[in-house]
Design a protein. Structure first.
Length: 248
């Protein structure tokens, strides 16, 4: 579970920073009125609209931000960042059905999007459509070159799918790429590797993987009590429950 939380959070961050959006806009913090006026004067100015949406988010006017991102998509259906931003808002408030819809729109209009293909893989994995999930994650991996740091997370995601499909040897290969990377919590994949070896009946390799997981765990202990984290989590749950049924 810890591994899954870390993986999803980190992948989200990496993919946000690896945008292939058509517009590379300079986001500058100014007033909502300033960007409303600017976008009113130039309705097709995508960068002004991105800035306006950002200001709406900062002021917690999430529906207005969603609407502006949709305006950007109407102007240019290949604006990857706009789809992702809408999906991220929905996910933030646990509205996964709408988030999934945005990723489906993204892949339809921007089929070369690594982010879109990755998230479609996760959607199909969650409903046990593993062959389709594998198709999407394979494409996501192909779209990134080996120098891109986020690719290692994609290998780990593919390993999870392969493991569920019973393709344990292939899963071990991908898990090992993650486990031997420089990512801080790389040791977490050794637990999955041990489970794959267990399924294959290789007790010696299973125990070896468990030892590596145990060593990594003790070298990277996370505090179980963090007051600030707990307070933030409780607040986020309150906000989440407030917006989940109101956004559209």
């Amino acid at each position: 579970m810890i591994k899954k939380i870390i993986l999803c959070t980190a992948v989200g961050l990496f993919l946000c920073n690896s945008s292939f959006a058509v517009s590379d806009c300079d986001i500058r913090h100014k007033s909502i009125k300033f960007y409303e006026r600017l976008s009113g004067e130039s309705p097709s100015d995508v960068c002004s609209l991105y800035n306006l949406a950002n200001e709406y988010k900062l002021k917690k006017k999430y529906q207005k931000a969603l609407n502006v991102y949709n305006d950007i998509i109407d102007i240019n259906p290949k604006e990857e960042k706009a789809y992702k931003s809408r999906a991220e808002i929905y996910s933030q408030f646990n509205n996964e059905q709408y988030a999934e819809r945005e990723y489906a729109r993204l892949v339809k209009n921007v089929p070369y999007s690594p982010s879109g293909n990755y998230h479609m893989a996760m959607i199909y994995e969650n409903i046990s459509e593993y062959e389709t999930a594998l198709k999407y994650i394979n494409k996501a991996i192909e779209l990134l070159d080996d120098r891109e740091y986020s690719k290692i997370w994609f290998y780990n995601a593919r390993a999870d799918i392969l493991k569920k499909m019973g393709r344990y040897e292939e899963a071990i290969e991908d898990y090992t790429k993650y486990a031997t990377s420089e990512i801080k919590f790389n040791y977490s994949s050794y637990w999955d590797i041990s489970e794959c070896y267990k399924a294959l009946g290789n007790t010696e390799k299973e125990k070896e993987a468990i030892r590596k997981w145990d060593a990594g765990y003790h070298n990277n202990k996370i505090s179980q009590k963090n007051l600030v984290r707990d307070i933030k989590w409780k607040y986020s749950r309150f906000i989440e429950n407030f917006f989940t049924k109101t956004l559209y």
